[in-house]
Design a protein. Structure first.
Lengths: 160, 140
C-alpha cells in the first residue's frame, strides 16, 4: 500500500478534540499545554485515525466528479449498490512510542494482516480483516503502531 | 499530573460520563475532523433505506475518542503507551455513555513504573459499547 504523508497541524488537533468533546487545554492552548507534563500541545490518543484526510484514495470521502453512494435525489447516488451494510470497525489498538505534536510530518504505511471468519447470530457470516499501520516522523523514527480490525457482515447487525 | 504507583492499587477505578444525549451534529463534527464521511454516520436516508439500519450511528472511533477522554483525564497527558478497544455494540444518537477504567496491574520495567488498565464504556441501558485496555507510565 502507498505511503501517506500526514502533516500534523494544531488547528486539526483542536477540531478533532472538539469532535470528541475533549476540552483538555493540552489539545488547543499552547501556553497551558507547555505547563503540563506533555510540555506542549499533543494530539489526542485516537487522532492517528485522521490520517484518512490525507489519503488521496480514501473511499469514504466524496470526490469531485465521482458518484457518491450516499443519498442525493434518491436514497443512494449509485444505483444497484448492494444493500449489504458494508464494513464496520471491530477493533482498534495503538502503541505510542511518543505522542504526536503539531509540526510533525508523519508517514503512514499500512500492511494487511490476518483475515478470519466467524458465524454470528446477529449479522450472519463475519469476515475480519486486520491492518497494521506504522506512523513514522520526519526523522524516520517510529511514533505510533496501529492495528485495526475491520469486519464485513453478511447483513445489517440485528438490534434485538 | 501523572498517577503515582504508591497511591494506586489493583481494583481502583475511575469513571466519567463522556457524552450525554449524543447528537447527530456531534457525529457530523467527528466525520469532518476525522475525514470518515461514511454515510452510515450522517445520512439518515441512505442508512435507513439502503443499509437497513434504524438510524445513523456513531463512528466506532468517536466512541474510542470519548473513552480516551476519560482515560487521559485519569492517567495524565502524554503518558499512554498503549490504548486498544473492541467495538462491542453500536452507539446511536441520543445515547448517554459512561466510561470506566479499572487498575489490573502495577509494574516496573527498567526503572519505569506502569499501570495496566481495563476499559469499559456502557450506554444508558448498561450495554457495553466499547471494551478495551490501556497502559500508561506513572510516577513511583
Amino acid at each position: 500500500m502507498a505511503k501517506i504523508t500526514f502533516p500534523v497541524e494544531a488547528s486539526h488537533i483542536m477540531m478533532f478534540a472538539r469532535a470528541i468533546s475533549d476540552d483538555n487545554p493540552v489539545y488547543h492552548d499552547g501556553a497551558a499545554a507547555k505547563a503540563t507534563e506533555a510540555g506542549g500541545i499533543i494530539a489526542p490518543p485516537s487522532f492517528p485515525q485522521a490520517v484518512a484526510q490525507f489519503d488521496p484514495e480514501y473511499h469514504l470521502r466524496p470526490k469531485n466528479g465521482q458518484k457518491w453512494f450516499g443519498s442525493a435525489k434518491g436514497p443512494s447516488g449509485i444505483e444497484g449498490k448492494p444493500t449489504s451494510s458494508g464494513g464496520l470497525h471491530a477493533e482498534q489498538h495503538y502503541e505510542y512510542h511518543r505522542h504526536i505534536r503539531p509540526g510533525d510530518v508523519l508517514t503512514a504505511e499500512t500492511m494487511p494482516g490476518k483475515v478470519w471468519e466467524k458465524e454470528s447470530k446477529r449479522a450472519g457470516k463475519l469476515t475480519f480483516r486486520e491492518r497494521v499501520t506504522e506512523y513514522r516522523d520526519q526523522n524516520g523514527e517510529l511514533v505510533i503502531t496501529a492495528r485495526g480490525v475491520g469486519v464485513t457482515t453478511e447483513r445489517p447487525v440485528d438490534q434485538g | 499530573m501523572a498517577l503515582k504507583a504508591s497511591a494506586l492499587k489493583v481494583g481502583d477505578t475511575h469513571s466519567e460520563r463522556v457524552v450525554e444525549n449524543l447528537s447527530r451534529t456531534q457525529i457530523v463534527q467527528y466525520a469532518g475532523a476525522s475525514g470518515d464521511y461514511n454515510p452510515l454516520h450522517s445520512d439518515e436516508v441512505y442508512t435507513t433505506q439502503v443499509a437497513g439500519y434504524p438510524s445513523v450511528f456513531a463512528h466506532g472511533m468517536l466512541t474510542m475518542g470519548l473513552t480516551g477522554k476519560m482515560l487521559t483525564n485519569y492517567v495524565g497527558d502524554g503518558t499512554l503507551t498503549k490504548f486498544g478497544v473492541r467495538f462491542t455494540n453500536q452507539v446511536w444518537p441520543g445515547d448517554t455513555l459512561d466510561s470506566k477504567a479499572t487498575v489490573v496491574a502495577l509494574r516496573e520495567e527498567g526503572g519505569q513504573h506502569y499501570v495496566d488498565l481495563t476499559l469499559s464504556t456502557t450506554n444508558q441501558d448498561g450495554k457495553e459499547v466499547v471494551a478495551g485496555s490501556a497502559t500508561a507510565r506513572i510516577d513511583p
